[in-house]
Design a protein around this ligand. Structure first.
Ligand SMILES: Nc1ncnc2c1ncn2[C@@H]1O[C@H](COP(=O)(O)OP(=O)(O)OP(=O)(O)O)[C@@H](O)[C@H]1O
Length: 624
C-alpha cells in the first residue's frame, strides 16, 4: 500500500513553485497589460488579440471564474483609444420629441457643453439685469405717485409674463450622453443582467409636462450600455438570460452600429421621445456556460459565428513547471489587485498551488477556476492581516481553506452534519448488504453515500427486476447489470431470477453517483452471499463487466468526506492514486487502499471468515 507523503518538505515546495527563486510574492514581476496577466487560456488570448485588430465579436463559453470578463476587459485595453468619441444630444426645435445626436472627438463634448452653459449664463444675466432695472423703475415710479401697491402688483405680473416670453437659455444646452474625456483605454461595459433601459438607453418620465416647469426631452435622455461601449467592448455574461427581444435589438445594434434611444416604459412620457440613431459601434463579447448556447438567439449566435470567434475556455491546464510558475504569478497578481492583503511567502504559495492541483480533479493538471482560487488567496490574506502578520504563511492558507468553501462544499458539510444527527452514517461494526459509497456534489464536494441492497426471489415469473429508489435509478440499474454479469460468471449464481432492491440512503439533491458502481456491486454480493460488510470502510470506483475497477473523478474530495464522516479505510481505484492530494491536516487520518479488481474490493470490505475466503477463492480462480 502506498503511503502518501504528508509533510510538505523543502523539495516539495521547490517543485510546487516551479523552482522559482523568490522569498515572497513581492519579488514576482507582473506584466503591465491585462491580456498578459491571463493564465492558461492561450487560445482565448490569441482570439481576442486578433478580434481586437479586426474588430470582430467574440463568444467565450466555459465554467465560471475562468477569466471571461477579464479577457473582455483586456480586449478593451487593446483597442485604439484614438478613435474614441463623445456623444451629445441636442434639442430639436422642429420636433422636440426627436432630439438630435452629434458625435465629436473624445474630450470635445465637455468643452461644447461648457461653452453653451457660459453663453446661456451671459444671456440670462443680461435678461435678469434688464428685468431688475425695469422692476426698480416701476416700483420707484409707483412710489413717487403714491401707488406702491399697484407698482408691486405690476412688477409681479411682469415677472410671471417674463417667464413665458423670454426663452430659457438653459433649455438649449446640449447634454453629454457619452463622455470619453481622459479615458485611458477604450470603454469596457459589463451589461450582464442589465434590463432593457440599462442596455439600450432610456428617456426619463417628466412629471411636469407643461407650465414652464417641464424638463426638455433631450435632457431626459440617458445612454445605454451599448452606447457607452461605443468604440469599445460590450461584455454580456449569461447572454441566454436576456429576453429574445433584447437579443434581437442587440443584433440590430451590431449590424447598424447605431440605435435610437426611447423611453422604455410605455406609460411614461419618455415613451413619446425617440432620439435620432445614437452610435454604438461596439465589439460584443458574449459569455456563458454551455447552457448559454441553447438559450441564445440563433441569429445572434450565427452573427458571432460568421463574423467572429467562438472559444471554449479551459477548466484546467497541464501541470508543468511553466504553468506552476504562472500560478506563482497569479498569487502575486491577486495580492496586487486586492491592494489590502500582505504578500505570500514561498511556502504559502506552494500550498495554493497544491490546492490548484487538488481542485483540478484530474491527474497532472492544475485548476483554472481562478476566481475561486483567488478567493482562497484573499481569505488567507485577510486572516494574515487580522493577525498583523507582515506575510501570508502556510497556516493562514490552511485556515482559509476551511473558510473559503464553495457552496457545494458548505452544502456537503450541512449534509454530513444532518446525517450524523440522524445517525445515517454507520462507521463501525459490520452489516450485510450495506456499503458506504462515496459521491460528489457539484464538482467540488465529496459526500458519503450509504447504499443498501437486498435480494429477494423474483416476484415476476419471467425475470427478476432491479428496484432502485431515488434519482440514481439509472446508475443503479447499470451497476447491477455489470454486477450480475460478474456474479453469474464468477460466483455462479443467476440473479436474473431475483429482485434486487437498492436503496441510496438519504439521497441528496445534486449528488452524482456515477462512481458508485463498486459500492453497489459490493452491497449486492454481500446480500447474495450473506457476508457482512465492514462499516468503517468507504469506497468509490467504477466497475467494468470484467470486474476491473475503473478510475473516477473527485477522489480527493471523496476521501476528505470519508475522513470527515469518521471512516477508517477508503478503497479507491488504483489509477486514481496519483490524483489524491490531501492537505497536511487530512493526510494520515485514513488508510487509503488502491485496488484494480473487484476481488480486492471484497477482500478489504467483507468480514473476514471462511465464507469470504471461499468466495474469494472461487472468484479468483475464475478471474485469473
Ligand atoms: N485565466 C485567468 N488568469 C488570471 N486570472 C484569472 C483568470 N481567470 C480568472 N482570474 C481571476 O478571477 C477573477 C474573476 O474572473 P472573471 O470574472 O474573469 O471570470 P469569468 O469567467 O468572467 O466568470 P463569470 O462567468 O462567472 O463571470 C479575475 O478578475 C482574475 O482575478
Amino acid at each position: 500500500m502506498k503511503e502518501i507523503s504528508r509533510e510538505i518538505s523543502e523539495t516539495e515546495v521547490d517543485e510546487l513553485v516551479g523552482h522559482l527563486d523568490f522569498k515572497t510574492t513581492a519579488e514576482i514581476e507582473i506584466p503591465e497589460r491585462l491580456v498578459d496577466q491571463v493564465i492558461g487560456q492561450d487560445d482565448a488570448v490569441e482570439a481576442i488579440k486578433k478580434a481586437a485588430v479586426q474588430k470582430r465579436h467574440v463568444m467565450l463559453i466555459g465554467s465560471p471564474g475562468t477569466g471571461k470578463s477579464m479577457l473582455a476587459k483586456a480586449m478593451a485595453e487593446l483597442l485604439p483609444k484614438e478613435e474614441l468619441e463623445d456623444i451629445l444630444v441636442y434639442p430639436n426645435l422642429e420636433d422636440p420629441n426627436q432630439p438630435r445626436i452629434r458625435t465629436v472627438p473624445a474630450g470635445k463634448g465637455k468643452e461644447i457643453v461648457d461653452s453653451y452653459k457660459q453663453e446661456a449664463m451671459k444671456k440670462s444675466q443680461a435678461r435678469n439685469f434688464f428685468l431688475f432695472t425695469l422692476f426698480i423703475f416701476i416700483i420707484g415710479y409707483s412710489a413717487i405717485r403714491g401707488e406702491i401697491i399697484w407698482g408691486i402688483i405690476a412688477a409681479a405680473m411682469l415677472f410671471l409674463v417674463s417667464r413665458y416670453i423670454f426663452p430659457k437659455e438653459e433649455k438649449n444646452i446640449p447634454k453629454l450622453l457619452v463622455n470619453n474625456k481622459d479615458k485611458e483605454t477604450a470603454p469596457y461595459e459589463d451589461a450582464t443582467g442589465a434590463h432593457a433601459g440599462a442596455l439600450f438607453g432610456d428617456v426619463r418620465h417628466d412629471p411636469f409636462q407643461s407650465g414652464g416647469l417641464e424638463t426638455p426631452p433631450h435632457e431626459r435622455v440617458e445612454a445605454g450600455a451599448i452606447h457607452r461601449a461605443h468604440k469599445g467592448v460590450l461584455f454580456i455574461d449569461e447572454t441566454n438570460t436576456l429576453t429574445i427581444e433584447s437579443q434581437q435589438k442587440i443584433l440590430t445594434a451590431m449590424q447598424e452600429k447605431k440605435f435610437p434611444i426611447t423611453g422604455q416604459s410605455e406609460r411614461s412620457s419618455g415613451a413619446m421621445v425617440r432620439t435620432e440613431p445614437v452610435p454604438c459601434d461596439f465589439i460584443l463579447v458574449a459569455a456563458g456556460n454551455l447552457d448559454a448556447l441553447t438559450g441564445m438567439h440563433p441569429a445572434l449566435r450565427s452573427r458571432i459565428e460568421g463574423y467572429g470567434y467562438e472559444i471554449y475556455m479551459n477548466d484546467t491546464m497541464k501541470d508543468t513547471v511553466e504553468n506552476r510558475r504562472k500560478l506563482v504569478r497569479f498569487v502575486a497578481q491577486e495580492v496586487i489587485k486586492d491592494g489590502k492583503i500582505p504578500h505570500f511567502d514561498r511556502n504559502a504559495v506552494a500550498e495554493i498551488i497544491k490546492e490548484a492541483k487538488r481542485r483540478a480533479g484530474r491527474r497532472n493538471h492544475l485548476t483554472l477556476r481562478l476566481r475561486e482560487l483567488g478567493g482562497l488567496v484573499r481569505t488567507a490574506g485577510d486572516i494574515a492581516k487580522s493577525e498583523n502578520s507582515d506575510l501570508v504563511r502556510v497556516e493562514h492558507v490552511l485556515r482559509a481553506k476551511k473558510i473559503a468553501k464553495t457552496i457545494e462544499e458548505q452544502l456537503a458539510d450541512k449534509y454530513i452534519e444532518r446525517r450524523r444527527d440522524y445517525r445515517l452514517f454507520i462507521t463501525e461494526g459490520e452489516e450485510v448488504g450495506r456499503v458506504n459509497g462515496l459521491a460528489v456534489i457539484g464538482e467540488t464536494a465529496g459526500v458519503v453515500l450509504p447504499i443498501m441492497a437486498e435480494v429477494t426471489p423474483s416476484l415476476s415469473k419471467e425475470e427478476g427486476r432491479v428496484i432502485a429508489t431515488g434519482r440514481l435509478q439509472e446508475i443503479a440499474r447499470e451497476a447491477v447489470m455489470n454486477v450480475s454479469a460478474i456474479i453469474k460468471k464468477y460466483i455462479g449464481k443467476n440473479i436474473s431470477e431475483k429482485d434486487v432492491h437498492i436503496q441510496f440512503v438519504g439521497t441528496y439533491e445534486g449528488v452524482e453517483g456515477d462512481s458508485a458502481s463498486i459500492s453497489i456491486a459490493t452491497a449486492v454480493i454481500s446480500a447474495i452471499e450473506n457476508i457482512p460488510v465492514y462499516q468503517s470502510v468507504a469506497m468509490t470506483g467504477s466497475l467494468s463487466v470484467k470486474g476491473e475497477v475503473l478510475p473516477v473523478g473527485g477522489v480527493t474530495q471523496k476521501i476528505e468526506a470519508a475522513i470527515q464522516a469518521g471512516m477508517k479505510r477508503v478503497i479507491i481505484p488504483k489509477d486514481n492514486l496519483d490524483d489524491v492530494l490531501l492537505d497536511a491536516e487530512s493526510s494520515g487520518r485514513i488508510e487509503i487502499i488502491p485496488v484494480s479488481r473487484i476481488d480486492e474490493v471484497l477482500e478489504y470490505s467483507l468480514r473476514d471468515g471462511e465464507d469470504k475466503d471461499r468466495l474469494l477463492d472461487r472468484l479468483r480462480e475464475l478471474m485469473d
